[in-house]
Design a protein around this ligand. Sequence first.
Ligand SMILES: O=C[C@H](O)[C@H](O)COP(=O)(O)O
Ligand SMILES: C=C(OP(=O)(O)O)C(=O)O
Length: 363
Amino acid sequence: MSPTAGAADTHDPLQALDNQRTTSISPLLSPALLRQEHPVDAAVAKTVAHGRADTVDILDGRDDRLVVVVGPCSVHDPEAALDYARRLAEHAERVREQLHVVMRVYFEKPRTTLGWKGLINDPDLDGSFAVNKGLRLARQLLLDVSALGLPVGCEFLDPITPQFIADTVTWGSIGARTAASQVHRQLCSALSMPVGIKNSTEGDVQVAVDATRAAAASHVFAGINADGLAALLTTSGNPDCHVILRGGSAGPNHDPETVADTLARLRGAGLPERVIVDASHGNSGKDPVRQAGVVGEIAGRIGAGERGIVGVMMESFLAAGRQDLTLGRRDELEYGRSITDACLDWTTTAGLLDELAAAVRAR
Ligand SMILES: O=C[C@H](O)[C@H](O)COP(=O)(O)O
Ligand SMILES: C=C(OP(=O)(O)O)C(=O)O
């Protein structure tokens, strides 16, 4: 008798073997339905198409400007995000000869352990997880911001989400926690926009270089189609991916030596030599005062002629800093202040945009 025969004898053959820990399965609207309800109009299409083309021109060195990805760590209040977008759109127009400004409109937050996972996952900020509502709010905000002529950038975290919103997104990002994920690298190979890929939270830059290389190749993988049905996707690869240096647990990595080392790694991998520096996260210790310092330092280096840095990311909102969310108590939140990472306030951000623009003019 085998050692497991006893256990097998007591097993109920009719007992369900799957969905043992899934407490409910409910309908998700289809990407096609969402796109029909919230369509891209001609103005939005122009913002997205031109925004992507301009970004690629900067990445490839045909355009001497800087890409600046700037905006809240996360969107929790679409009205405040649109208020911010109006100010940013106006300022972006003033510095358009030097900067290609893309607004961070982030709906999916990768958490270190647990926490609110963003507006798509829990739009009512109360643990009710009204995902269909979240998708509708997210798509409408992406359309509203793009309609201002301001291109948007999103982090892609859930591999299903892009079918719902990607046609409105000018620039994408893969975060530090998913840069090593094959699922996300395959996804990048399919995305129609340039995508920045971050170094790991520990500060490993090679993982982002490897991801950039993997994303440039073609892949075949399972996903969903516009009707939300399981489908096999065959991709051609994305040549417009690039590394974002975001610092790590060992400290910042925006220094000239790490930038040069990253460019050498990219060259070694046969990839274009360009990086975006994220002034927040591990490069600032999530301190907005230090974030402003990083932007100032990068502006100085760009003004002095440094070329490998093609873009800068900033976390910025209307008010400085951050506040804690208590689920179900959104009415207690202060208007325009981040509920995830601490942000620069608008006035400081406008000054930093001017500083970056002056640096580009100087070089
Ligand atoms: O930018 C966002 C955060 O740094 C990231 O989502 C991790 O956040 P957490 O460490 O607060 O979970
Ligand atoms: C989650 C983010 O950053 P990172 O992946 O670098 O932690 C972000 O930019 O919102």
